[in-house]
Design a protein around this ligand. Sequence first.
Ligand SMILES: [Zn+2]
Length: 331
Amino acid sequence: MGSGVAVRAQTRVTGVKVLPEPIGRPALARSDLDRAAHLRADPGLVPRLLSDPTTRVVSLAGDRAECGLGADGRAGLVLRAPVPEDSGRLTLFLGFDPAEGHPAGERAAYLAVVEEPGQDDARGWATLRRVGTMLGDRDAGLFTTAVALANWHATHTHCPRCGSATIPATSGWTRLCESGGSQHFPRTDPAVICSVIDDQDRILLAQGRGWPPGRMSILAGFVEPGEALEAAVVREIEEESGLVVGEVTYLGDQPWPFPASLMLGFTARVVGGELRLQEDEIESARWFTREEFAAAIDSGELLPSSSLSIAYRIIEHWYGRPFPTTDIPVR
Ligand SMILES: [Zn+2]
């Protein structure tokens, strides 16, 4: 196979290729909300919206939002009017309905409010993992943004510089250190996920440690500080599988707020190395032809990725058409 170092030097020069929207818009990348970021610094914005009965509020509790079934039987967020209790809760300004020629004041405004429902709360709380593919574009965008931002608030209650408590500011888009006044911004952690294709056009699927039996997907990992995307793809795949890849091609991306990732999707071709699994992360891995992939799903031997995930879209890009998944039903 030659020297891995030499092969990787060659792939660096190639650079990442981009195809025009080869996987469309994944389930959590459908938001068309006007985030109106220029309004966030106004400290009167959230109080004004909380006193306006036309404001639409997304109720959050942990990683769940209040959801229900609409008249058409389709799952959606329950968008309620503000209530007086909201003024004491963490409130996040999500934005307005898309412009379509109307000024912001004439469009519906959306807030997310973090609640602590009691034991007897009978509302229809659901996680984004459970309902993400069933929501319409607007609700998928609202839920994804709200839970991503709320996750960050929940884990950044103290200043990384001095350890003092931080308080929400900028309509929920920053936190301020109460002691030093330093400003802290929400984090999004980039992760690469990549289909690995061999010279027979087979795809490599792997089972991660701790996954349910039969669950296999493509390889993924976080981008490290100081690292470009292509380098992260090449490194992750070599670390986890022993294979050296080239022709790294960008396919699409989607936010993945479980708790704070942005998944950047690629496909790549094997150019060297040999299959040698990173045993502390990968339980097993094997190559699939399209026929073997279809047969393994049919027999129940393979539980493919959820259609919520960008992994599904990347595998579908290789397979050539949709395939059955093991999504959990809405209720
Ligand atoms: Zn501080």
